[in-house]
Design a protein around this ligand. Structure first.
Ligand SMILES: [Zn+2]
Length: 253
């Protein structure tokens, strides 16, 4: 039964060819590589060109970039708009209020998020959303996107609150869980509240968990942990959720 990694950052990996072969052996069918700025958008498109059978491309401007490097916003959005036809999803987009200390900074992030949601709607793509310290607000944006555009929305690494997960799932918004469930019983407990029809897996590679850099090869272990929580075999869980990940991308639907 195949697995998919719905959110990772795979540029700048000198041994990617070998790694993809290893991840395929572990059961991964594809990985959605998201981007954060213009440079990583270009790299992600090149990765997809080189590995069209495994890499799916997310084009997006990360909210932290909007705050930390505002001079890059215009160029990044222009590049994105010109290349969205080559992408499989919009992302990583969203809000990150860890970096936005003022209302002005938060407004700038909101404006860029709105613009990316409009681009996704105009191109028929789903959105891969980041929501650090802004979970409720990004959830509401995702709900509106689902209602207005009728396209897929994923709240990535959204394993902090069962209550918000229930709201997301009720609105048809997908929620992903990643390697954090391998290191925290509390995170695993919350992740197990994601209804199976909305559950998607991710690695967020190469973000480190407990000092270990994450990679798509960990996705089957994440599935195993969640399967135990649901009282299912890993095969049964994978069989129930692989279609959820495919539903996020026009090419896999
Ligand atoms: Zn990420």
């Amino acid at each position: 039964m195949p697995f998919a990694d719905a959110h990772c950052h795979l540029y700048d990996r000198p041994r990617l060819e070998e790694e993809i072969a290893r991840w395929r052996d572990a059961g991964l069918a594809w990985a959605l590589c998201v981007s954060e700025d213009r440079a990583t958008m270009e790299k992600t498109l090149r990765l997809k060109e080189r590995h069209p059978d495994f890499i799916r491309a997310g084009l997006g401007l990360h909210p932290a970039e909007v705050t930390l490097r505002p001079e890059g916003v215009g160029g990044a959005l222009a590049f994105m708009s010109a290349h969205l036809a080559e992408a499989d999803m919009v992302g990583e987009a969203g809000l990150d209020f860890k970096y936005a200390a003022t209302e002005e900074a938060r407004e700038a992030q909101r404006a860029v998020l709105r613009e990316q949601l409009a681009m996704a709607a105009g191109t028929g793509l789903g959105v891969n959303l980041h929501s650090r310290r802004a979970q409720r607000e990004v959830l509401e944006a995702a709900q509106r996107f689902r209602t207005d555009a009728g396209l897929p929305a994923l709240l990535h690494w959204f394993t902090h609150s069962s209550k918000l997960i229930a709201r997301a799932a009720g609105a048809g918004v997908s929620v992903s869980a990643g390697p954090a469930v391998l290191y925290s019983d509390e995170t695993l407990r919350v992740a197990c509240s994601i209804p199976l029809q909305r559950l998607v897996l991710e690695s967020d590679a190469p973000v480190p968990f407990s000092g270990v850099p994450a990679e798509p090869g960990q996705v089957p272990a994440v599935a195993e942990a969640l399967a135990r929580g649901h009282g299912l075999s890993v095969e049964a869980l994978a069989g129930k959720i692989y279609a959820n990940a495919c539903g996020l991308l026009p090419r896999e639907r």
